[in-house]
Design a protein around this ligand. Structure first.
Ligand code: DC
Length: 232
């Protein structure tokens, strides 16, 4: 099989990863893979079963057996399904966000997700966004981007998303929840969010999204070109 293009995008929440990943994937003609949606689907399944996260053994058992898959749609998109159905917007509510971050610390929960992500990308290529994509899931891809933004910008973006989704919230509550999830996602032992020198780092705070996507596409093109020249 020819090697597929895999672009890794990591970074904390509220830096524009999803929007950027979607547009970059269109530009590069590969599907976009939202790995956060996979962990969110796992959490939704655990919550729907009424399992208390404090009961660690039961929560891990439910999380590792949740029927989360990736389905290739007719238009080429990779859809996250739970029990055979597309997960929809329910995975975005604050309760699910909190549970997701708590369940994502368990290595057993991550193993199957990583397997599904590798399988899908090997078959179709992908722009993959998450927290551990360039460090753990696809450490060998030469295309690694770390998106970041100032805290106030991230909080405002997240608040606007919640308001658009009909969730009543205020800035302080959003800031507190982002800070708590950031700390957990970065401090956990299993696949923490981490940036190293192999990443192309971009601060999106004051940038136009299209300009960010253009910068990334140019970087992917240049790296691909350099590789092709090396191997010819
Ligand atoms: O990107 P997001 O906000 O949808 O991610 C939801 C949660 O899942 C967040 O707490 C981090 C976690 N996550 C992870 O641990 N690894 C990934 N590859 C993607 C998300």
């Amino acid at each position: 099989m020819t090697e597929r293009l895999v672009v890794a995008i990591d970074g904390p929440s509220g830096v524009g990863k999803s929007t950027v990943a979607k547009r970059l994937a269109e530009r590069l003609d590969v599907p976009m893979l939202d790995t956060g949606a996979m962990y969110r689907a796992v959490a939704l399944s655990v919550l729907d079963q009424g399992i208390a996260l404090a009961d660690e053994a039961e929560a891990i058992e439910a999380a590792t057996t949740a029927d989360v898959r990736l389905r290739r749609e007719a238009d080429g998109a990779l859809e996250v399904t739970l029990d055979g159905c597309a997960v929809g917007e329910r995975i975005r509510n604050p309760e699910v966000s909190e549970a997701t971050s708590r369940l994502a610390v368990y290595p057993a929960v991550r193993t199957r997700m990583v397997h599904l992500q590798r399988q899908a990308a090997a078959e179709h290529g992908a722009v993959v966004e998450g927290r551990d994509i360039g460090t753990v899931v696809f450490p060998d891809t030469p295309h690694k981007f770390f998106l970041d933004a100032r805290n106030d910008v991230r909080v405002e973006r997240r608040r606007a998303q919640l308001v658009a989704a009909g969730v009543d919230t205020d800035t302080d509550a959003v800031a507190a929840s982002i800070a708590e999830r950031d700390a957990r996602d970065s401090a956990r032992e299993a696949s923490p969010l981490r940036c190293d020198e192999r990443y192309h780092r971009i601060d999106t705070s004051d940038r136009d999204i299209d300009a960010v996507v253009e910068e990334m596409a140019a970087s992917v093109r240049a790296a691909t070109h350099a590789r092709d020249s090396d191997s010819s």
